[in-house]
Ligand binder design. Structure first.
Ligand SMILES: C[S@@+](CC[C@H](N)C(=O)[O-])C[C@H]1O[C@@H](n2cnc3c(N)ncnc32)[C@H](O)[C@@H]1O
Length: 287
């Protein structure tokens, strides 16, 4: 249908692994404090712009009785999610023309999608497909803190590679990415202006620090692996020629990071991000 995102903007593994972390069970309490959804209810949930499906996968674990449908217009993401994730219906679809009847869902949810879709269509379509009193949840990544381990600094091979590539920002403009950014004040206001009631906001703090002992080794390894895939996919999807030297250099530095982790030599590299959650209801007033 439209594979611009997976081929030019963010690769499948970059999105899947980073979101698998962001929507890890350790963070569930923070999300559900704002979602205020009953974990035992038979909800019909629609995720919009689901990418490779990591949030839908977590929703399926968190709300086991819910019927979850997830759509994205990028068919590479949808094929990946269909192959990998059980228990969720993934389908291609456009957020500006949702392929569902009016009043079909109890909940709509999206993560880092609002800023890419024209607001009246983004909110209007969700309002249309929600049942009366249905809940719209809009998740939006905000600024974070990032501190790199010395062993993960850019290698000479990566520097040489990126020096020859034009500014990523101008490349993204071409694909209409982030055309509708909103501040922390504008986002809930936009939801209200587009007809949602009882709007509330909250924040989840996602602290990804592999050396923090509160995380399992599986989670710590996933943090390191997610960064590796991000670096590798950025090179591969830049559409510029690269040779194996740069790929080997990236792999070598992440192998070193894993070795240090397993030997207990702390690096304390960290990535802390803030996810804003905006919640509103579709109220139907009887005149
Ligand atoms: C930043 S990615 C986030 C993906 C996913 N929500 C996640 O957090 O991994 C934005 C997603 O929105 C999708 N998208 C953008 N515009 C869309 C539209 N009009 N209809 C459906 N999906 C859209 C892109 O294909 C991409 O998967």
């Amino acid at each position: 249908m439209n594979n611009v995102w997976s081929e030019h903007v963010q690769g499948i593994m970059t999105l899947y692994l980073s979101r698998k972390l962001r929507f890890g069970d350790v963070f569930f309490e923070q999300y559900n404090r704002v979602f205020r959804l009953d974990t035992e209810a038979n909800l019909k949930i629609l995720e919009i712009g689901c990418g490779p499906g990591a949030l839908a996968e977590s929703l399926h674990r968190w709300y086991p009785k819910a019927e979850i449908t997830a759509i994205d217009r990028d068919s590479n993401f949808i094929s990946f999610a269909q192959d990998k994730i059980a228990g969720v219906t993934f389908m291609e679809g456009d957020a500006t023309r949702l392929p569902f009847a009016d009043n079909s869902f109890d909940v709509t949810i999206s993560n880092t999608v609002q800023e890419h879709v024209e607001p009246s269509a983004f909110w209007g379509e969700q309002k249309r497909v929600l049942k009366p009193d249905g809940v719209c949840l809009c998740l939006s990544a905000r600024k974070g803190l990032h501190c790199q381990a010395p062993c993960l600094e850019m290698t000479k091979e990566e520097k040489e590679f990126w020096e020859n590539i034009p500014e990523a920002e101008s490349e993204l403009e071409k694909y209409g990415v982030c055309q509708y950014p909103m501040t922390e004040a504008e986002l809930p206001a936009s939801m209200e202006e587009n007809g949602f009631s009882d709007v509330t906001t909250g924040y989840a703090v996602i602290d990804l620090t592999p050396d923090a002992r509160k995380y399992s080794s599986q989670m710590a390894e996933l943090m390191i692996e997610a960064k590796r895939q991000n670096d590798l996919e950025a090179i591969k999807s830049s559409y510029h020629e690269y040779d194996e030297k740069v790929i080997n250099a990236v792999n070598a530095k992440y192998e070193e990071r894993l070795r240090l982790y397993h030997e207990g030599i702390n690096q304390w590299d960290t990535s802390v991000s803030l996810t804003m959650i905006v919640r509103g209801s579709k109220r139907v007033y009887k005149g």
